[in-house]
Design a protein around this ligand. Structure first.
Ligand code: HMG
Ligand code: MG
Length: 298
């Protein structure tokens, strides 16, 4: 069966914009986020408090959060890799942060400048302090399916990294197919390994990149396994600057089209999303890669 309702965890402002070569003005980012809230999305990953030299596109994180008209009932999580990031996020008054672990040794080095084990030492004080401050902490596992340097990733390895994040205190675990190579059977295997490893399915989210056109099929597989939180990016923006072959995330509009067809509730207004993505594409100077945006925008 399928869940009656899914939570869309929108990552466009963060995962989408972190990979744009164009510098997007902070007021455009703020308007993007406002429009996504107007379209009914209630979880909007706003930005990252990472090192500004590592991701210059999001160097305006504090300014952006100052400008946001943060609404009751809307959650604005931000990425933080370390205590310095947490300090900055706390100064901006955030209520929800996300740490991002790698399932592989190579990507831990490329994305975090740490070994696989060192990344946990970096995250541990972040989670402890964030929880003490009353924040919620999401944990990502990147390269949860394939890694451009190491190839396919063992589901047991992913489950092990995920379990450590949950034991640390993450309330939710997002399984990231950073480079989009995963397929539906692989999704079953990774979800099953996590659940067998002690992570409840209710704590799982899925985060697919559509590089190989598998994101919707993979999402359906995850829904059939009982996953009820799906990460998506308006207009299919996105990628990861430290994983060469990563392209856009699953487009929120493509997800909504599928959920509507399946009769699964989500709370978003498809036409407002499409209008927003068409507007954002004009800001970026290139068309949205989302099939649904292209179909509906005519
Ligand atoms: P490092 O160079 O090892 O940092 O980078 P460090 O701890 O050695 O510190 C060096 C200097 O940087 C220090 O300054 C720190 O204060 C400063 P100094 O004392 O020399 O003057 N610094 C900071 N400044 C501002 N904000 C900070 C910060 N941290 C240190 N947060 C670090 C380590 C983790 C910081 C770096 O590797 C980094 O920022 N990485 C982030 C990379 C990133 O954002 N990648 C994209 C997100 S992950 C993703 O997209 C995947 C995902 O979507 C899921 C999926 O698709 O699978 C989530
Ligand atoms: Mg991503």
């Amino acid at each position: 069966g399928l869940p009656p309702r899914v939570t869309i965890y929108e990552v466009g402002p963060r995962d989408g914009l972190q990979n744009e070569s164009a510098v997007v003005p902070v007021e455009v980012k703020a308007e993007f986020i406002d429009r996504l809230a107007d379209a009914g999305l209630t979880t909007l990953e706003a930005t990252s408090f990472v090192h500004p030299k590592w991701v210059p596109q999001l160097a305006d994180a504090a300014d952006l959060l100052d400008r946001l008209d943060r609404r009751a009932g809307v959650d604005y999580p931000v990425l933080v890799p370390n205590e310095r990031g947490l300090d900055r996020a706390l100064q901006s008054g955030v209520e929800h942060v996300a740490i991002f672990a790698s399932a592989t040794e190579t990507f831990a080095g490329k994305n975090l400048n740490r070994t696989l084990d060192e990344q946990f030492a970096m995250f541990e004080p972040v989670v402890t302090r964030a929880l003490a401050e009353g924040l919620r902490v999401r944990g990502y596992v990147s390269m949860a399916f394939g890694d451009p340097w190491e190839g396919p990733v063992d589901p047991e390895q992913v489950a092990g990294v995920g379990r450590r994040l949950v034991e640390m205190g993450c309330w939710q675990l997002s399984l990231g197919d950073t480079i989009g190579t995963g397929t539906a059977g692989h999704v079953d295997a990774v979800v099953d390994a996590c659940v067998a490893g002690g992570v409840p399915v209710a704590a799982l989210a899925v985060h697919f990149h559509d590089t190989y056109g598998q994101a919707l099929a993979n999402t359906l597989a995850a829904l059939r396994r009982g996953v009820t939180t799906v990460d998506a990016s308006a207009g299919g923006l996105g990628g990861c600057p430290y994983a060469e072959s990563a392209t856009g995330n699953l487009a929120t509009e493509d997800l909504v089209w599928m959920l509507d067809g399946l009769g699964v509730e989500h709370g978003a207004d498809l036409h407002k999303l499409v209008d927003t993505s068409v507007w954002m594409a004009a800001q970026l100077g290139r068309p949205s890669p989302s099939r649904v945006v292209r179909a509906l925008a005519g």
